[in-house]
Ligand binder design. Structure first.
Ligand SMILES: [Zn+2]
Ligand SMILES: [Zn+2]
Length: 140
């Protein structure tokens, strides 16, 4: 996990006491699944194991809150179903057209486009290039 994400999480845990047990369960579930770019549905299933009274509406509201707090971001997907991931250093995604899985590829260096954007006075908060195709499993 990159340093930025850890810092954000610490900041978040400071205010965690204000969170209801339901929201704590949603956060816990997200952290367990964060490597998989989980959907709200997957987070809901996992959150119910921690707190059986969690409802789907609470999951959606909590995720929106975490997005607003800058802890998590929406990851790109094929069909528009929201998937979530930690807000961390910019990286690229590969979305498989068959199984719909999202894979991550980290960038070796800052792309030329980023430098050009910064030179013109913009501050980049998040960036992602999406590649579409077939993953090794689906190509077989
Ligand atoms: Zn695939
Ligand atoms: Zn990602």
């Amino acid at each position: 996990m990159p340093a930025g994400a850890i810092l954000d999480l610490e900041k978040f845990q400071e205010s965690e006491r204000r969170l209801t047990p339901q929201r704590q369960a949603v956060l816990k579930a997200f952290l367990e699944l964060s490597q998989e770019h989980p959907t709200a549905e997957a987070i809901y299933q996992a959150a119910r194991r921690h707190c059986p009274t969690v409802g789907m509406a609470t999951v959606y509201r909590s995720l929106e809150l975490f997005v607003q707090m800058g802890i998590i971001v929406k990851a790109p997907t094929l069909n528009g179903t929201a998937r979530y991931e930690m807000n961390k250093t910019p990286h690229n995604h590969f979305v498989c057209l068959k199984c719909g899985r999202t894979y991550e590829f980290h960038r070796q260096q800052e792309p030329v486009i980023d430098r050009k954007i910064k030179k013109e006075g913009f501050e980049v908060i998040s960036a992602s290039m999406i590649f579409f195709g077939y993953c090794p499993t689906c190509r077989e």
